[in-house]
Each structure stands twice: as C-alpha cells, then as structure tokens.
Design a protein around this ligand. Sequence first.
Ligand code: NAP
Length: 352
Amino acid sequence: MQIDKSKPVLVTGGNGYIASWLVKYLLEDGVDVHATVRDPDNRAKVGHLLKAAQGAKGKLTLFKADLLREGAFDAAMQGCELVFHTASPFVIKGLKDAQKDLVDPAVNGTRNVLEAANRIASVKRIVLTASVVSIYGDAVDMKTAGLKAFTEAQWNTTSSVAHQPYNYSKVAAERAAWEIAKPQSRWDLLTINPGLVLGPSLSTASDSASLATLKELADGTMMTGVPKMEFGVVDVRDVALAHIKAGYTPGASGRHIAVARSATMWEIVQILKARFGGGYRWPMMVAPKPIVWLIAPTQGITRKFISTNVGWPLKFDNSYTRKDLSMEFRPLETTLVENFQQMLDDGVLKPR
Ligand code: NAP
C-alpha cells in the first residue's frame, strides 16, 4: 500500500511516551500530524508536542478524543491515509478494576478507531501499537511451547482479566483489530509489537509504566534484591521509527516484534552500575525465587505470577522486523545510559 506523504496522518494518544517520539519524527519529516489527546488544554500533557511542532516542517493539529466515546476519532481521521493507533492504558500497578481500567479502553478503543476507518474513505493503512505480550503471556510459555525464542507466529493464550490483565488487554485488542481488518481490503493492518520500551522521554506527564522502570532499580525500591526476570528491551526512538517504516514501506505486512535484545534485571543493573558508579541504591543481589514467591503477596503480586515468570528465560526473534522494515535496533547499553542520564539531568533521580 503506497501512502502519500503529503496527506495528514492520525496518531491516537499522541502525547504518550512512545507516540511523542513518533509525532516529533513525523513533524520533522514534513508530515502533517493529527494527534488525538484526552485533554488538548492540559499544557503539562501536550506542551512538549507544541514545542516539537515549532520550526518543524510538518503541521500539528490536536484533537480531543477518548477511546471509550464512539465516533470520537472520526473528525481527526478525515483526509488521513495513514493511522497510527497507539492509545491504550499501560498501567501495571495499583489497578482497581482491570476490566474497566485496562481491557475496555484497549479493546473498545481499538474497535472504535478501526470502525472509524471503515467509515472514512481516505484511510489506506493502520499501524497498531500492539506488544510482545500479545505474543506471550508469561515467560514460562516459551518452555511450554518448546521454543528457543518467540516469533510473530505465536499468540498469548494464557492471560486473562484475573491473571496478567495488561497482557490480556493487549492480546484481546490485537485480536479484535485483525478481525475488523479481515473482511475488507481498502486498508491494511500492520502491528508493531514492542518489548519493554526504555530510553529518554519527551514527556514528563506520561503514565507509562516504562518511566518508573529504571528509577526503581536505582532508588532503593529493589535494594534487597531483584527477581531473576528477563525482558526483551527496545529503545523508544526505535519503536517510533518502526511505526514510521511500517506506515510508509509499501510491501510491509503483518506483525513485527520490536526488541533489540533480552536482558535480565540484574544485567541491566550491572550495565548502569558500570557506567554511573556505586552512588545509588542498587539492588544487592538476585533474590532467590522461593523468597520472592513467599513475599510476593505483600507487594501486591500473585504467587502464580512469580511461578510463571521468575527464573524462566525470555527471548524474541526480531529477524522478520529487521528484514520487512529494514530496521536496525540501537544497542541496549545506549538506551539504558541515555534513559538514566535523563533522569539525573531532570532531577527525577538523585545520588544518595
Ligand atoms: P503512555 O505514555 O501511558 O501512553 C498511553 C496513551 O494512551 C496516552 O496518550 C494516554 O492518554 C492514552 N490513553 C489511555 N487511556 C485512554 C483513553 N481512555 N482514551 C484516550 N486515550 C487514552 O504509554 P506508552 O508506553 O507510550 O504506551 C503507548 C502504547 O504502547 C500502548 O498501546 C501500550 O500498550 C504500548 N506498549 C508500550 C510498551 C512500553 O513498554 N511502554 C511496550 C509495548 C507496547 P493520556 O495522556 O490522556 O492518559
């Protein structure tokens, strides 16, 4: 599908951690961006986007849209050939009602955006921000499936509203998207499935769980020990670039794992410690699994989560993405160091 770069593009959730980089790159590239946000008057949430638009070649227009309001995206989608649907809550901790707070906005929001595309004749391609958690639910799934690494061929079949609700919200939303795309041929659907996204943030007001990740490894939150857990990590700027390549590469298709490489929490700590020194409240050790299992409920984590995620390797094969999108990923070290340096520069984290 050939997309005309002179036409505006829609970015839903344009003020998010990932979407802010996407909007910035598009504007710098001369593309006009229609960005939806929940509150266009909230300077704390959109100020960085207005700043990115100053002096950029593309024009930014903000639209107000909530995922749960039917028809909310129609106005912003008018005239767009390309739609990037990134908006979805990425909240892991402190959830009160997972169905209402995560699953409904993820799934109904995706339906809402894609059904708008069925009404608006200009749309030719939709790039959905999915996740690796719509490929797997728990790390142990890799062993259960007899795999050395996950590919785009797998689907998460183990998450539910009760167990791993964020993962469930992402797989349910991605499944809904493919179902809506299937019966028609005017627009095609591509997904970007990022792992744990890290790297510098353009926004200080995002609720993304990504923003707390490195801070908690250095501020003492995990001082007594980190669980033996592995993540597929990717730089936020590479995730934004992958979206753009997916949008504008005519022959590109399907799902795309966006992961630079896997690393354990302990390895991440060692990389940061080697670069920034001992003056932070780093974890002292890798905590033994039986102890993590025992104390998990006191931390609001289920023992089932520990059993199925701690101590199991987690690997991803990114070869399809590198080929289909001609994509190279930044080294993990660069992502971690630049993320950490920004927290120091912004005073979000202070040496002890
Ligand atoms: P983020 O900064 O919290 O962005 C989420 C965006 O969704 C925000 O713009 C937020 O708007 C919007 N949103 C949430 N609920 C909404 C609702 N009811 N109506 C309208 N907009 C709503 O998080 P992010 O990390 O950039 O995540 C963006 C996307 O990437 C999500 O789809 C997430 O699942 C996916 N993803 C993230 C990661 C990661 O590690 N960060 C990994 C894989 C996939 P407000 O600013 O108004 O809240």
